[in-house]
Design a protein around this ligand. Structure first.
Ligand code: SF4
Length: 245
């Protein structure tokens, strides 16, 4: 175990972990799904991850996770490494910072998928190789309505990342009746310097619906190919780099 950080005995709560190829960062990755989220997105695929510490999460010492990652190093082929997702990984901010520092000391590639709302997100940046940030809506009131949380800090963080030219993959789930307005997004991003950003548009799906049971509120959220193509066209016309997935 890495002895230099005194936070290695702190705990991180995880509800799922496993390997995943090239979905949340490059190559073959050990993906930790962290428990707890400050958002309550109505379409969330993992609603069981919102509460903290939740009913089914397992707590691991930071050092245990580092040891596990080091043992898995031969599996990190094609540029792989460790991805922290959720839930919302910054919900356990201090211990995530500790884990990222320790992984970087071991020269392990790191990725994080975040809703971008933590006010100290900038502290994590030096220890993240692949920053994936969700951006769900451009309008404050609508964002609060569908996620239960303000958009202000996420926008401040995007501005900071843009000014510092940090490489970010920005992910948007495109949902009919909620945010399928490419011009609203394009207007917002056009006001930023987006040269270091790339964009991933994720058509709505209902993978989490069965977990919500009767509480699932989204209806008719699926988008057409035409809508997705329109997003790509509008983004391209604004000079935004959309990646195909
Ligand atoms: S931010 Fe992600 S984990 Fe949190 S509620 Fe929204 S979709 Fe779920």
């Amino acid at each position: 175990m890495n002895k230099k950080l005194n936070c290695l005995t702190n705990y991180i709560f995880i509800f799922k972990k496993g390997f995943n190829f090239s979905q949340d960062g490059p190559g073959n990755r050990l993906v930790y799904h962290l428990q707890g989220c400050n958002f309550k997105c109505k379409w969330c695929t993992n609603p069981e991850s919102m509460a903290f510490p939740g009913e089914n999460s397992i707590k691991y010492q930071v050092g245990e996770l580092v040891d596990e990652a080091v043992k898995c190093r031969p599996m990190f082929f094609e540029g792989g490494g460790v991805t922290l997702t959720g839930g919302e990984p910054t919900y356990q901010f201090e211990n995530v910072l500790c884990l990222l520092k320790a992984l970087k000391k071991e020269k392990i590639n790191t990725a994080i998928e975040t809703n971008g709302s933590h006010k100290h997100l900038f502290k994590l940046i030096p220890y993240i190789d692949n920053l994936i940030m969700d951006f769900k809506h451009f309008d404050e009131d609508t964002h609060i309505l569908y996620t239960g949380h303000s958009l202000k800090q996420t926008k401040e963080n995007l501005k900071m990342l843009s000014e510092q030219k940090i490489k970010v993959l920005i992910r948007t789930p495109v949902i009919s009746g909620i945010n399928a307005d490419p011009y609203g997004f394009a207007n917002y991003f056009s006001a930023l310097d987006c040269k270091s950003f790339s964009f991933e548009l994720l058509p709505y799906h209902e993978f989490g619906k069965a977990k919500w049971r009767e509480k699932y509120e989204i209806q008719n959220g699926f988008i057409t190919k035409e809508t997705l193509d329109k997003f790509k066209e509008v983004y391209a016309n604004c000079g935004l780099n959309v990646i195909n997935t």
